[in-house]
Design a protein around this ligand. Structure first.
Ligand code: DC
Length: 231
């Protein structure tokens, strides 16, 4: 069973995906982490971020790995743990070049399909999971929230990670990523047809999780998940 969760930065989709997967006892895939580690690899090798062929090579051949599991995702680059580094503002400020590259998107979608093919049941989250990567997914969610709320969440996440950022820097970054995510010619952020939309502006994580589980229960999906079945 494939469950996709798409949405913009700060919509709460990563936490929701992690919690839902843990509750169902199945793995989750954070595809943003893939774009982030390719961004870090590109920055470290010093290639021109407009060089489509070079970016595609990094995505296809870069020595990075994701270790997905029900409670965490560990990311390594050349054997080094970069789980935290890929969340830095330096990476945030450059992901749009990588996410806008058709060659990178092709390579990463192929990797996502391979990973998901091996996993069987999975919750996968990103910007294009229900549209480009897994258009035939069993259940699709689309999470969104008011921009001010999304910026607030990202700001507090970054502060908690020890980043020295101002609210205005995060605001500018989130708005820029919204713009580039929704306007890029290749696989722009869109609500997938048939997706269940959840506005998380005024919801707690527990309420978002409850809304998703209620949908899965009503649609008769809970009994089909191979992991532990929630109450
Ligand atoms: O969800 P996130 O903030 O970790 O995503 C990091 C970047 O990768 C962001 O700029 C959007 C992009 N992305 C994408 O284009 N497609 C995905 N499936 C996942 C993320």
């Amino acid at each position: 069973m494939i469950i996709t969760i798409d949405g913009p930065a700060g919509s709460g989709k990563s936490t929701a995906a992690r919690k839902l997967a843990a509750k169902l006892g199945i793995p989750y895939l954070d595809t943003g982490a893939m774009y982030r580690v390719v961004t870090l690899a590109a920055l470290e090798t010093g290639i021109d971020l407009h060089d489509e062929a070079a970016l595609t090579r990094v995505a296809e051949q870069g020595q990075y790995a994701l270790d997905p599991g029900p409670t965490h995702i560990r990311v390594t680059l050349d054997g080094r743990d970069v789980t935290e580094e890929i969340r830095s503002m330096r990476v945030n400020d450059h992901t749009r070049f990588i996410a806008g590259s058709p060659g990178v998107r092709r390579a990463l979608i192929q990797k996502q399909r391979e990973i998901v093919g091996r996993m069987g049941d999975v919750v996968t989250e990103g910007r294009d999971q229900g549209t480009a990567a897994f258009p035939d997914a069993d259940v699709k969610f689309f999470l969104d929230a008011a921009p001010t709320k999304r910026v607030e969440r990202r700001y507090h996440e970054l502060l908690a990670d020890g980043e020295e950022v101002t609210f205005d820097q995060v605001l500018a970054n989130v708005l820029e990523r919204d713009r580039t995510d929704s306007q890029r010619p290749v696989a722009p952020l869109r609500m997938p047809p048939g997706a269940i939309q959840i506005d998380t502006t005024h919801l707690s994580i527990a309420e978002v999780l409850d809304a998703m589980l209620a949908h899965l229960r009503d649609a008769g999906w809970l009994s089909q998940v191979t992991g532990s079945i929630p109450d």
